[in-house]
Ligand binder design. Sequence first.
Ligand code: HEC
Length: 229
Amino acid sequence: MRFKWFVLMIIPIYFLACRTTPKEKGYEYFSDMVHTGSKLDKDGKTVIDNKKTTGFEAFDLNVNFTNNITAQKPVMGTIPRNYKLYNFPYRGTFPKIDMVNKVKDAEEAGKTLPANALEGLRSVLSFNNKKKIITIDENAVYERGNRLYHTFCVHCHGEIGSEAPGLLASKGMAGPNLAFPPASVYPAGRLFYVITMGNSIMPSHASQISPDDRWRIVYFIKKEIEKVK
Ligand code: HEC
């Protein structure tokens, strides 16, 4: 009985927060949670009253941080959700690069990462959705790998197996054609490593291409190499 009365009392309070026009705000029970804090005006000096602001846009000036930036960088060492830890350290980028150890890591990756691109893809996908059954459509993997290769690689490496170098040959950035040794005989894991970490002047693609898409590119490259053989 008491419960019934309690519910009957709560319902009108709940409806107090409603207004007839959608533009008007209702009653705020927890205004601290609605108004996240004071913003700075565009001049960077005038503080806008906290009651008049709701939430922050990514580029709003923010008085809550000493650098006034709303979209703060993630704390060092933060790991994004669904991110699979990768056991090789970053060895720098050209010209500050530890090439000796990078080659060692690449060889190690060739031995320890999945030897087959589909297996690699499966390991990433199953890590991301622990409960689902993973079905992989090889044609779809090939098609996406194809598209990604033609977005991220072809301008430097050219069409796989073709005599013509990539477009960036004139800028001294062209990479070797992947259909010929040594790249053509690298295990899948080593190709994955090179895409992730870059090589000497080839930049790392870790921030642009997700791990599952890197395996799709590896799959595409391996398929194309088979065709050239
Ligand atoms: C800015 C140009 C550039 C882009 C983009 C680029 N590469 Fe490279 N890549 C190079 C150059 C140059 C080399 C050879 C020199 C070096 O080792 O850095 C190379 C080397 C490689 C090697 C051989 C490494 C070795 O140990 O011999 C592989 C494999 C490779 N790239 C794959 C890729 C793939 C896959 C992509 C696309 C995701 C890609 N590259 C994108 C320039 C590029």
